[in-house]
Structures are given as structure tokens and as C-alpha cells.
Design a protein around this ligand. Structure first.
Ligand code: HEC
Ligand code: HEC
Length: 251
């Protein structure tokens, strides 16, 4: 009995010792260093020629599905142990990869010597969390919503126009509705070269977007500003009292 006690104490002590000397492994960084040579790491993956391996997102989604992982605990009981083993001792029998893909890619070459056990644990833990189906679906939904927007609004969102402009309400810059009354050429010119002091009551600089937008982009933005404001007006016919911002030139 006493021996068991001593053994326990010994284990606890060495356990603590190990804990205090523990190196912090950065799973994301290691993944790039050790696995990106073959696996595409983007979520969603970009397509590229001569794929050496399935994209990591596909691998992880696939494994979670096949292992029927439903609870977070199973990350530790199923997922991490599988990855730890597979990367060092891969084989056709163990692979969850479908036969067709296995034929095109071939079985993964063992990464023994290329990655340590602790590094692998950190990588496995990282990929489990990073390649998350829920998160992916959310991203895809966001993307679908974005893709459904008019091209002009996509450009305006990408370029941060909404940081200063809104459809109806004036913010740091005049509303698109106010701007839509401006002349086509002037709208394009302002977006290209920026502007300051033309409108009363706005103190920030409208930055120049010349270097970021093509002539096509400018035309699209211009006609979107004119049309979208008209559309908004028909949806919301109730006009708020005019704000005291006026165009200097009009006075
Ligand atoms: C030299 C290329 C190469 C490197 C480097 C590589 N892999 Fe792979 N990996 C593959 C190929 C090819 C497959 C698909 C065939 C298979 O399942 O064995 C694969 C499949 C996998 C699978 C899926 C197994 C299954 O059952 O579906 C996992 C998990 C995996 N790799 C993890 C890793 C991790 C983690 C690293 C980095 C430590 C890594 N791989 C580095 C080529 C590579
Ligand atoms: C940092 C804030 C800011 C950002 C970002 C910004 N604007 Fe402006 N914008 C302004 C301000 C302020 C004015 C009023 C300038 C003035 O008074 O001369 C303005 C004016 C304009 C005008 C008025 C044209 C005119 O000649 O009257 C247009 C068109 C315009 N912005 C379009 C855009 C577009 C398109 C984007 C994105 C590509 C954008 N803005 C991004 C602040 C901004």
C-alpha cells in the first residue's frame, strides 16, 4: 500500500514537473510548416493543379463525419488519436479516404521524423477546431448573401465606403441618396481623386480610390450610387426632413 502511495506521489510530482517545463506548441504555425507542402489549408480551399493531397478542410470534415463525431469530448477520444497514428503510420486499410481519391493521391507518405508526437497533437487539436462545419456554413451563407448583392454594393462593401456613407443617413460622409443627385462625371472624379470641403458639415477627407478601382469598377459604382438610392426611395417613400447639409456649389 505504501508503495502505491509513493508511486502516486512520484507520478504527481513528475506530472507537475512536466507541466511546468511544457513547451507551448502553435498548432496553426506547425500545420503550415509541416503539412502545407501537400495539403491545401484554406477554408474553403482554393483549387490548384497537381494536388498532392486532399485539402485539409475536406480531410477534417470527412474524418468527423466518418467517425460520427457529435460531442466535443470525441475530439480527444477519437480525432486526435487517429491523426496522431495516421500521420506516422498511414496505410490504405486505415485511411477513411474513398478508394477513388486514394488511387489518385496514393497513400500519404509517413511523416515520421518530420513531426514530433507533441507537435502532431497540437496540429490535430488545431485542425479539429479550425475546420469547423458550423463555421464553414456560416461563412458560406455570408458569402451567398454577399454574392447576391448588386455588383456596385459589393464594391462599396469591399472598399469600405460604408465606413463613412450610408444609403439614407449622413454619417462621416453624405448619404448615397444625397450623393445620387450629383453629376455622373463628378461622382466618378470624387471616387478617383477624393475630396474635401465640397460638402458643408463634413470634416473628414473623402480618400482617393484611384489605385484600388478600375475604370469598370468606377462606372459600376457610379451607376449603382444613382440607381440604388432611387430604389431605396421607392421602398421608403417617407422622407425625413432635410438635414442642414447642403452642397456648397448649390448655394
Ligand atoms: C507528402 C505529402 C503529404 C504531407 C507532407 C502530409 N500529407 Fe496528409 N495526406 C497526404 C495524402 C496523399 C493523403 C490522402 C491519402 C490518404 O488518406 O492517405 C493524406 C491524408 C491525410 C489524412 C486523412 C486520412 C484519412 O483517413 O482520410 C490526414 C488526417 C492527414 N493527411 C494529416 C496530415 C497532417 C496532420 C500532416 C502534417 C503533419 C500531413 N498530413 C502532411 C499527403 C501528405
Ligand atoms: C473616410 C470616409 C470616407 C470613405 C471611406 C469614403 N467616403 Fe465618399 N465621401 C466622404 C466625405 C467626407 C465626402 C464629402 C467630401 C467633400 O465634402 O468634399 C464624400 C463624398 C463622396 C462623394 C460625393 C461626390 C461629389 O462630388 O459630391 C461620392 C460619390 C463618394 N463620396 C463616394 C464614395 C465611394 C464610392 C466610396 C468607397 C469606394 C467612398 N466614398 C468612401 C467620406 C468618405
Amino acid at each position: 500500500m505504501r508503495y502505491i502511495y509513493m508511486l502516486l506521489i512520484f507520478l504527481v510530482l513528475t506530472g507537475c514537473e512536466e507541466g511546468s517545463n511544457k513547451v507551448q506548441y502553435d498548432g496553426g504555425k506547425l500545420l503550415k510548416e509541416k503539412c502545407a507542402l501537400c495539403h491545401n489549408l484554406k477554408m474553403p480551399p482554393s483549387t490548384y493543379e497537381d494536388e498532392k493531397a486532399p485539402p485539409m478542410m475536406t480531410v477534417v470534415f470527412h474524418l468527423k463525419d466518418f467517425m460520427k463525431i457529435t460531442m466535443y469530448d470525441e475530439k480527444f477520444s477519437k480525432f486526435i488519436p487517429f491523426v496522431e497514428d495516421y500521420v506516422i503510420n498511414p496505410s490504405q486499410e486505415k485511411s477513411y479516404c474513398d478508394k477513388e481519391s486514394l488511387k489518385t493521391y496514393g497513400v500519404m507518405p509517413s511523416q515520421k521524423g518530420n513531426v514530433s508526437k507533441d507537435e502532431l497533437k497540437a496540429i490535430a487539436s488545431y485542425i479539429y477546431d479550425f475546420y469547423d462545419q458550423q463555421e464553414y456554413l456560416k461563412q458560406m451563407q455570408k458569402k451567398a448573401v454577399f454574392d447576391a448583392l448588386p455588383k456596385g454594393e459589393q464594391l462599396a462593401r469591399k472598399n469600405g465606403c460604408f465606413n463613412c456613407h450610408a444609403f439614407e443617413k449622413a454619417g462621416a460622409g453624405p448619404s448615397f441618396k444625397m450623393i445620387s443627385k450629383r453629376d455622373t462625371k463628378e461622382i466618378i472624379d470624387t471616387i478617383q481623386n477624393g475630396s474635401h470641403g465640397k460638402w458643408e458639415g463634413f470634416h473628414v477627407m473623402m480618400p482617393a480610390f484611384k489605385s484600388r478601382l478600375t475604370q469598370d469598377d468606377l462606372n459600376v459604382l457610379q451607376s449603382w450610387i444613382k440607381n440604388s438610392s432611387a430604389k431605396k426611395q421607392t421602398i421608403q417613400p417617407k422622407q425625413k426632413p432635410e438635414k442642414p447639409w447642403r452642397i456648397k456649389n448649390d448655394i
